[in-house]
Design a protein around this ligand. Structure first.
Ligand code: ARG
Ligand code: ZN
Length: 864
């Protein structure tokens, strides 16, 4: 059944208070709920109370103290209940039994390593108790947890602690009261044998907040970076938005079985261990960055998501787009804003642009869905953040802050819409955002084209910008959207000319003129990536010039990438025509220029040295050719590695870490550049890179360096390969998060036997289909991170993925549906591959009992 945005109706009944009592038991947990309900004056009168429920065993149901006669309780086909003849205001008491140990969905209440965790967003609360499980029902919760004291010494829930004590038979209890009304998706319980790393934070207005991160014993030493990130986030939200934390405690619990990254439950965030635990010897620099991102993201949800929440799930980007924008802004403020921006754009292009061009394309605010979990997407998150960023560009920094203040003042403790957010921004800033709202409604990536002309007689330079958005499923016609184009003009001497600013392209095509120029400048467009669009129309010469001279680091980097793409596409033609491949001199010259200034900003140099990914190059072709693109990229890496071997070797040696490991931007930048050099050396002729990789693998003092070396070895046929992989496994086999890296490195190897290896690894003792991190590390990394092997001409990669989806769908439907993605991109491939991919999709669809989430992804993939 398709849910449509236009069908939204306010809830017929509201819940003011929820009093929950959970008696925890692995196979038979008893949940008692006491709900204070009343008719919603704003809703159309309804005859029945609708309660959602899923996988619940009903034990008893009482209305105002009296047992409900069975004829007034109608079970719904989806597991919910309809209760007839209810008064205007009443108390409903229910008791249900659930089995956490049987819950492999990891939605609702489940067990992980003997401890209890919950995940309720989006619709998991209905797997705990009968409830109107929709975000516009906001209630105050009191939660009492009861469990065996030895097995579960720690009992946590939302809000502030409110008493604890002993019970007979070795059991104990604890009560939590959350004073803030919240939707059910923010409910959480954590119980088990965990230890706390504690700290505290004093808010601006003097509230002392007890902070705790709860982990398994032995992981206490790995929480420092997460705690530090949390405290910096709390301070930043006060400074930047005047937003303070609003409870006496802030708890974070880490769990190794988790469907997503983390969850912002009020006062009790639950995190995938991947985004909490880090030690230099077990976590890479990218892991450290991920922790800062996710810890801040979940913290920022306390205001953008929790205090002001979503009316319905179509509004998901109201909290996610805004909160991603806030976490990106936070991280940019912590250090190198420019390099952070490159990374964010790279991610948007890798995940969101293909989604916007594929069968699941949807607007930032979708119009319909079958399974809401399929809409926790790069479009809702990353493109949603870009839309907020553009809004900020339009209303200005001060206007944006006023808009945020008004949004929160107006809507605190409400469940609202994206429209409400835009309206607050408009009212506070005075800037008309009517047309801008199209960004929320239209799917597809706008294409921005540029032409320019110069009149030497008058000194007038004209930029002609035009836009169009390709059709997407269900949206054949598109309107122009307002595109803020931050720009500048560069003279032939490489110096900036007057005229820099923001052009606002609102129509399909517009001219922008600049007077008083002596000669035709080169336009630097989309500085800082001011809009999530695809830009075309610049010549190879202009791109090369910008890559060298622009003052804007984003345009410098991006022009270099676009330049490389153009050269790679030429080489792809050569490869297909079986002409010999040569290193293009222009590309070699730009590498040389980068290396001349390598140490100006090592982090930037590392980004700029890295060739565009195979997927990014394929995305620029009318029909992808994964084999040719792979061959060309590998050829270039080897040719560049060989040509500049001497300089890479010097940098690799000079940039070695001495002294204690540090995770500041400068130290990370040095390691990134050093390992970019090693990666090139690993491809170079002569084997010097492999010798260096072996040495670095054996002596590296941190996981960043060790893993970079292992990656080089894993791609090679060197005898050192097997030894390194075996040694790594032996050393880290007890450590889930490191073992995930071991799986992923093999899944992403460029070697021709990778699929065979991946299949063998599925049978490895350490592989576990029930652990989402492990599934993503092996199956996800292979299907989404190894295009040339996944698209192997035999179609074996497709068959493997389809088999995996089928197996997973019986265990964890959310994870299964997420794995479908790469098969959905069949339109991008040649006819033969496309047919093989479609055949695998069709085979999945034939499976009886397929989950609705997987069904939606597969059927939409086939239909588009
Ligand atoms: N709200 C979480 C976040 O911070 C994501 C949770 C999504 N979970 C799910 N099962 N769809 O982004
Ligand atoms: Zn979020």
């Amino acid at each position: 059944p398709t849910i449509r945005r236009e069908d939204y109706r306010p809830p017929a009944f509201l819940v003011d208070e929820v009093d929950l009592h959970l008696a925890l038991h692995p196979a038979a947990t008893r949940v008692k709920a006491r709900l204070d309900l009343r008719r919603n004056p704003a809703a159309e009168p309804a005859t029945a109370l609708e309660l959602d429920g899923e996988a619940l065993k009903l034990v008893s149901l009482r209305l105002d103290g009296a047992a409900l006669p069975p004829e007034r309780v109608r079970p719904r086909a989806d597991g919910g209940l309809s209760i007839d003849g209810v008064p205007d205001r009443f108390v409903l008491e229910s008791e249900v039994e659930i089995s956490p140990e049987a819950n492999s969905e990891l939605s609702g209440l489940y067990l992980s390593g003997g401890n209890y965790f919950t995940q309720c967003e989006a619709e998991g609360f209905r797997r705990i108790t009968f409830f109107p499980d929709r975000p516009d029902v906001m209630a105050r919760y009191t939660t009492t947890i009861e469990a065996d004291r030895a097995a579960c010494p720690v009992l946590l829930s939302n809000g502030n602690p409110d008493g604890a004590g002993d019970l007979p038979d070795g059991r104990h209890w604890a009560r939590w009261v959350d004073p803030h009304p919240k939707p059910s998706y923010l409910f959480a319980v954590v119980a088990g044998d965990l230890v706390a790393v504690r700290d505290s934070f004093t808010t601006r207005s003097g509230r002392e907040v007890a902070l705790a991160i709860w982990v398994r014993q032995g992981d206490e030493d790995a929480c420092g970076h997460a705690m530090d990130s949390l405290k910096r986030s709390m301070a930043w939200d006060e400074e930047t938005y005047g937003l303070e934390y609003d409870l006496d405690v802030f708890n974070i619990a880490a769990v190794s079985d988790f469907n997503m990254g983390a969850m912002e439950n009020k006062g009790l965030n639950v995190f995938n261990t991947k985004y909490i635990l880090a030690r230099p010897e077990t976590a890479t620099d990218a892991d450290y960055e991920g922790i800062e991102t996710v810890v801040s993201h979940e913290y920022f949800h306390n205001w953008t998501g929790n205090r002001v929440t979503c009316r319905d799930w179509f509004q998901l980007s109201l909290k996610e787009g805004l909160t991603v924008f806030r976490d990106q802004h936070f991280t940019a403020d912590q250090g190198s804003a420019a390099v952070k921006r490159l990374a964010d754009v790279r991610r948007l292009r890798a995940a969101q642009f293909p989604e916007d061009a594929g069968p699941m394309a949807h607007p930032v605010r979708p119009d319909s869905y079958v399974e809401i979990n399929n809409f926790y997407t790069a479009t809702v998150y990353q493109k949603g953040a870009e839309v907020v960023r553009m809004m900020r560009a339009l209303v200005g920094e001060a206007g944006f802050r006023k808009g945020m203040d008004l949004y929160i003042a107006r809507h605190d403790n409400q469940a609202v819409t994206i429209e409400d957010f835009a309206q607050a921004m408009q009212d506070a800033s005075g800037v008309d955002l009517t047309r801008f709202r199209r960004w929320y409604a239209q799917a597809g990536t706008p294409e921005l084209r540029v032409r320019d002309s110069f009149d030497a007689a008058t000194g007038r330079y004209t930029l002609t910008l035009s836009q169009s958005t390709p059709p997407t499923p269900g949206q054949p016609e598109k309107l122009p959207v307002p595109i803020p184009v931050r720009m500048g003009l560069i003279g032939a001497d490489g110096a900036e000319r007057p005229g820099a600013g923001v052009l606002l392209l609102e129509e399909a095509e517009q001219d922008f003129t600049f007077e008083g120029l002596e000669a035709k400048p080169v336009p630097s467009l989309l500085r800082g990536f001011s809009a999530p669009v695809k830009l075309s129309g610049l010549s190879l010469e202009q791109l090369g010039f910008l890559a060298r001279h622009d003052t804007d680091p984003f345009v410098r980097w991006d022009s270099g990438q676009q330049y490389a793409v153009a050269e790679m596409l030429r080489l792809v033609e050569d490869f297909r025509a079986q002409r010999p491949l040569d290193l293009p001199e222009g590309l070699a010259a730009s590498i040389a220029a980068l290396l001349d200034r390598a140490m100006d900003d090592p982090a930037f140099t590392a980004e700029a040295l890295t060739l565009p990914s195979e997927d990014f190059v394929s995305d620029q072709m009318p029909v992808a050719d994964p084999e040719a693109v792979h061959a060309v990229r590998q050829f270039l890496r080897a040719a560049i590695g060989t040509r500049f071997a001497g300089r890479f070797a010097v940098l690799h040696a000079e940039l070695a870490d001495h002294g204690p490991y540090r995770i500041d931007g400068a130290a990370m930048g040095r390691r990134a550049l050093r390992n970019a050099c090693l990666s090139y050396l690993g491809q170079a002729e002569g084997g010097e890179g492999l010798r260096r990789a072996e040495a670095q693998f054996n002596t590296g003092g941190n996981m960043t360096d060790v893993l970079a070396a292992l990656r080089v070895l894993a791609d090679s046929d060197s005898p050192a390969r097997e030894a390194a992989l075996a040694g790594f496994h032996g050393r880290w086999k007890q450590h889930d998060l490191v073992l995930d890296k071991w799986f992923a490195i093999q899944a992403m190897s460029a070697r021709a036997d990778t699929l065979q290896q991946v299949k063998a690894l599925v049978g490895h003792l350490d592989f576990d289909l029930r652990n989402p991190n492990r599934v993503r590390a092996l199956i996800g990394a292979f299907a989404a991170g190894n295009p040339s092997q996944f698209h192997h001409a035999s179609g074996e990669g497709y068959r493997f993925l389809a088999d995996s989806v089928i197996a997973l769908d019986a265990v964890n439907t959310q994870v299964a549906a997420r794995m479908v993605g790469p098969l959905g991109q069949w339109k991008r491939q040649d006819a033969r591959r496309g047919a093989l991919m479609r055949a695998e999709l069709a085979r999945i669809l034939e499976r009886p009992g397929l989950s609705k989430g997987t069904f939606e992804k597969v059927s939409k993939s086939l239909a588009a």
